[in-house]
Design a protein around this ligand. Sequence first.
Ligand SMILES: Cc1cc2nc3c(=O)[nH]c(=O)nc-3n(C[C@H](O)[C@H](O)[C@H](O)COP(=O)(O)OP(=O)(O)OC[C@H]3O[C@@H](n4cnc5c(N)ncnc54)[C@H](O)[C@@H]3O)c2cc1C
Length: 512
Amino acid sequence: VEDPRRPKLAGWGNEGDGLPADGRETLLRTLRAAFPDAPLRRAEPPRRVELPAPRVDSPHGLVEILRADPRERAVHALGKGYPDLVRAFRGEFPHAPDHVAYPADEADVARLLDWAAAERVAIVPFGGGSSVVGGVEPDVGDGYRAAVSLDLARLGRVLEVDEVSRAARVQAGTRGPSLERQLAAHGLTFRHYPQSFEHSTVGGWIATRSGGHFATGRTHVDEFVEGLRVVTARGPVETRRLPASGAGPDANRLFCGSEGALGVIVDAWLRVQKRPERRAAAAAAFPTFLAGAEGVRRIVQAGLQPAACRLLDPVEALTSGSGDGSAAVLVLGFEASGFDPAPLLADALGLAGGSRLEREAGGRWREAFLRLPYVYEEIVAHGLLTGTFETAVTWSRFPSLHGDVSRTLADAAPDAIVSCRLAYAYPDGPAPYYTVVAPARAGAELEQWRDLKAAASEALLAGGGTITHHHAVGREHRSWYEREAPPLVLDALRAAKRELDPAGVLNPGVLL
Ligand SMILES: Cc1cc2nc3c(=O)[nH]c(=O)nc-3n(C[C@H](O)[C@H](O)[C@H](O)COP(=O)(O)OP(=O)(O)OC[C@H]3O[C@@H](n4cnc5c(N)ncnc54)[C@H](O)[C@@H]3O)c2cc1C
């Protein structure tokens, strides 16, 4: 609510935001060249929204924090994945919440949960709404009288800073840019940059175990969570602030990745850092993607932890402006405070092999990376299908998984442009990330997407990978997650949900 601009009904970010005109023209030229038979007419977002009246009235004590105007409900009806954008451009909001709640504090959250449990109303926590797995769509089934989207936008402040321990207590609804602005006042930074950074929140990151820009080492946000405060349907849970602990299973980890199904994260103590003073970056080319992957494996298995370590296949190198399409490109970057990272970079380049490219390749790739959400919006608006599929797999299984997934995507979408990058890398395996752009079948986009998603997901699981490295489970990945997670672990998670959410009103249908 801090930002007076309205979020778009269809697309990324706020009204008025998007690619600059010259960027749009360049993109359109590229798309025309790649898909000469596609009509590529830009769809306009819907002008008006009509929704059925809310199924329940605002209860007396909550009137001040509930809103029910149709536009507000529509903005909270969908996330930002391909099927979300397609439906938003069509003006279809089939599971729009009956109300949107904007709690001003933890007490409001608790009162809302009490009412929801008593009245059998589903509560769907909403951070930035950037979920690509149906996590914020109130598709909760028929067992509920109504659904309320609980938007944490009013909880957007850094509450305390412990400069000695380098930690900050941050409210869950704080978005990326606001977090960095508030921490900068203390000379600190969080340095967690998912591609959705601009419009995603601390609570959403923790609830989905998001992946930031660190490509090796501490990649997931979990590593930066020192303590948590969560409002459950049974009352608040506060974990102790500790640098580490060996006392039983980690309480923070119960809520990292809980996707709103166990409680509402209201604030968290986060491990923050001093802004790094020095950087060293370079790029190297490899004749094939797999040769580059071997180079990455040597770097991470030697114990080096570059902040940037992104291997782009030739197609991705071309489309991101980092290469000419003839070779795979590895973008490497080290950050440091108090010492010179250049020798680490030299060691990493030496271990990786390949041939050194001119320096700014990394810079060009980064700019393109942060612009991509607006690029996706344009691609979908112009009637093309675009989707990403991501996983993590051990190095020993990676070559065959990569071959199988690439073949599956090529078979399922013969006219598509398919590209891959290694988004993250660990000593025991990489996290490959596949992007598909294809002509969409007008009117049947959702069916086309569902078939492609199913084919890709089956290939990921069959190849020994996870259904997701950092996009969470939500509603979309649930059937594959149920096959990936051990059955008794799922039973234990169901028991935890019964204990913390006895009425089952917290984001029903995600995760479990
Ligand atoms: C273009 C694009 C790029 C992306 N890039 C990345 C990336 O680089 N790395 C990455 O990890 N992800 C990425 N994502 C996915 C998404 O941005 C992440 O999952 C992100 O962490 C979601 O944050 P959010 O605040 O938008 O949460 P939302 O989308 O609002 O919510 C996500 C889930 O968390 C729950 N939730 C939200 N807030 C809370 C809370 N306070 N308490 C309890 N539950 C809560 C919701 O109910 C929902 O289930 C991308 C998405 C898009 C559209």
